[in-house]
Write a protein that binds this ligand. Structure first.
Ligand code: NAD
Length: 253
């Protein structure tokens, strides 16, 4: 994959899956802008691991004006990866409204605002790739994840509409649906499970995987970066509006 001359933006690129994707894009020669939170040291380490052309944009994706300002600064974008995401776990009747709003804002609305910001330049140049990191939870549900499941189902809908509206141009929009990937977002759920059930980290990890992911193995950020590379390759040039699952069999059940 040679992405020399292409500008890529990865939201949530300072950690976990987004960082793995950004490293893949950087290794292929893209100019990569990562958006996301982190300490100065974490961000410096992330940028060093992505490559010499990497930079950081610190917009809070809950803020539509901040997203618009970030893309005004960046200019034309060839590759957009909407990856930032947060989780909150509670039953519907107990779900704090502010948590609902935050999960929908980061996991769904932000992808609408970022896509709207990059599409005009993609349409002008006649080439663009938008990749939305959804989840197995974009295809099936789990209890106590109302906002996350709604947002992930929603981003698959947004993926389809964006694909259809740009189908005649060489602009594709697809979603990747990972199963469990061991990142800070999932480690927090393992920690909560271990605390609630009085389990060790290993026992809570084994239970988490065996409930949903038949492979009993985590998908890795590098696996997701590989799927991104495929979606950017000529072989996927006529693939748009669809989902690619990397879930160890989760949604086959
Ligand atoms: P992570 O917690 O490691 O990273 C999340 C990233 O989003 C971080 O860079 C963080 O700074 C950024 N972020 C959060 N809120 C933000 C905001 N308001 N503004 C800007 N940036 C913000 O999580 P991860 O596991 O790497 O998840 C990445 C994506 O993959 C998410 O969309 C998640 O839903 C999805 N996903 C994860 C898994 C998994 O098992 N880890 C499975 C399926 C899908």
């Amino acid at each position: 994959m040679d992405l020399t001359g292409k500008t890529a933006v990865v939201t949530g690129g300072t950690s976990g899956i987004g960082l793995g994707i950004a490293q893949g894009l950087g290794a292929a020669g893209a100019k990569v802008v990562v958006n996301g939170f982190g300490t100065a040291e974490q961000i410096a380490d992330a940028l060093a691991s992505i490559g010499p052309d990497a930079s950081h944009a610190d917009a809070d994706l809950r803020d539509a004006d901040a997203i618009a300002a970030m893309f005004k600064d960046i200019g034309a974008v060839d590759i957009l990866v909407n990856n930032a995401g947060i989780q909150h776990v509670d039953r519907v009747e107990d779900f704090p409204p502010e948590k609902w709003e935050a999960v929908i804002a980061v996991n769904l609305s932000a992808a609408f605002y970022t896509s709207a910001a990059v599409l005009p330049a993609m349409q002008k140049s006649g080439w663009g790739r938008i990749i939305n990191i959804a989840s197995a939870h974009g295809l099936v549900a789990s209890k106590e994840k109302a906002a996350y499941v709604a947002a992930k189902h929603g981003i698959i809908g947004l993926t389809k509409v964006t694909a259809l509206e740009n189908a005649e141009a060489d602009i594709t929009c697809n979603a990747i649906c990972p199963g469990w990937v061991l990142t800070p977002l999932v480690q927090a759920q393992i920690d909560a499970r271990a605390a609630t059930n009085g389990q060790t980290n290993d026992a809570a990890t084994r239970d988490l995987l065996s409930e949903k992911q038949p492979s009993l193995r985590f998908t890795t950020p590098q696996d997701i970066a590989g799927a991104v590379a495929f979606l950017l390759s000529p072989a996927a040039g006529n693939m748009t509006g669809t989902t690619l699952t990397l879930d160890g069999g989760w949604t086959a059940q």
